[in-house]
Design a protein around this ligand. Structure first.
Ligand code: NAI
Length: 328
């Protein structure tokens, strides 16, 4: 067996947490030969603590061979102690009538204090995946509050958007998901995101030869962008299992490598594609193994794609500016 990996999940008693913990404990991220220690953070109130206790009883009852220990805490310093992989899920959901900017300011302080705690106690090579929304900007806040960690330790989740786009293409063309490569989603995890199929191939054939532009513009783009709302409307609750699955895919590839495949990760920009340096933006990435990733450079971008990319960058710049006081 490999050495035990310490894994932190914040908001562990929430919807996504409930779908995430059991798969991590079963080996879905770190593999069948790597034991895990779960370090679970929740809010300091009776309901959250009771609920987390119930989840822990179920983890216990699952008798996972790879699960060596479960720690529950309301203290971020304890939750991030020596952590090597941190899923930052816990945050306030967007309430009715709440603007995105209100959500930013409500959740920002959570990621400010968790960034500070990561800075103090996490493993120096920790991989932090921010899921809680608005995830790009929350990752930006956490990163700025952890100056002793490399910015490359921080990422935000756009894999759900990526997976949704792949699934739509697979369904439309009648080809399996595994035959699709080269798709990426640029920008912000919001309606402004840009799912790009311009270099995507399906079983070796260019996707743009298999689907027409009207379908791409009028069905694919809005369906992918509004899928979250469609799921809330259908279930009465936001997507949780698919979000957890995307978080697992993201961390799995980051940790183990993506086998040369392009995957979408929101990561701090290195200035590529005219994205201002430091902006946490969805990029095409290849995970090269050993916990490293690279932004794929010099891909051609169509004129309409460029306009979409510029729009989503502008939104990100505005969001990051809104939280500037939390990043000093
Ligand atoms: P939820 O409300 O069911 O669970 C959130 C949990 O976080 C709750 O148990 C709450 O007590 C806890 N929490 C809140 N503040 C905390 C803090 N400061 N420290 C520790 N725990 C805290 O929400 P759900 O469905 O699990 O979603 C979580 C987040 O994930 C939301 O922000 C949601 O918008 C986001 N999300 C992101 C997606 C993406 O693609 N990036 C997709 C789906 C959801």
């Amino acid at each position: 067996l490999n050495p035990t990996v310490r894994v932190t999940i914040t908001g562990a008693a929430g919807n996504i947490g409930y779908a995430l913990l059991f798969r991590i404990a079963s080996g879905a991220v770190f593999g069948p030969n790597t034991p895990v220690q779960l370090q679970l953070l929740e809010r300091d109130n009776e309901q959250s603590k009771a609920s987390l206790n119930g989840v822990c009883m179920e983890l216990f009852d699952s008798a996972f061979p790879l699960l060596t220990r479960v720690i529950t805490t309301t203290d971020p310093l304890e939750a991030f102690e020596k952590t090597q992989a941190a899923f930052l899920v816990g945050s306030m959901p967007r309430g009715p009538g709440m603007a995105r900017s209100d959500l930013l300011l409500a959740n920002g302080p959570i990621f400010q204090s968790q960034g500070e705690a990561l800075d103090q106690t996490a493993d120096r090579n920790v991989k932090v995946l921010v899921v809680g929304n608005p995830c790009n900007t929350n990752a930006y806040i956490a990163m700025h509050n952890a100056p002793s960690l490399s910015p490359k330790c921080f990422s935000a989740m756009m894999r759900l958007d990526h997976n949704r786009a792949v699934a739509q293409l697979a369904q439309k063309t009648g080809r399996p998901v595994c035959s699709i490569s080269g798709l990426k989603v640029w920008g912000n995890h919001s309606n402004s995101m840009y799912p790009d199929i311009s270099q995507c191939t399906i079983a070796g054939v260019k996707a743009t030869e298999l689907v027409d532009e009207a379908w791409y513009n009028d069905y694919f783009l809005p369906t992918v962008a509004k899928r979250g709302s469609a799921i809330i409307k259908a279930r009465g609750k936001s997507s949780a299992a698919s979000a957890a699955s995307a978080a697992i895919d993201h961390m799995h590839d980051w940790w183990n490598g993506s086998n040369g495949r392009i995957v979408t990760m929101a990561v701090p920009s290195d200035g590529s594609y005219g994205v201002p340096e430091g902006l946490v933006c969805g990029f095409p990435c290849i995970c090269t193994g050993g916990g490293e990733y690279e932004i794929v450079k010099d891909l051609p971008i169509t004129a309409s794609g460029r306009a979409r990319l510029d729009a989503t960058i502008a939104e990100l710049v505005k969001e990051h500016d809104t939280v500037a006081q939390l990043c000093e």
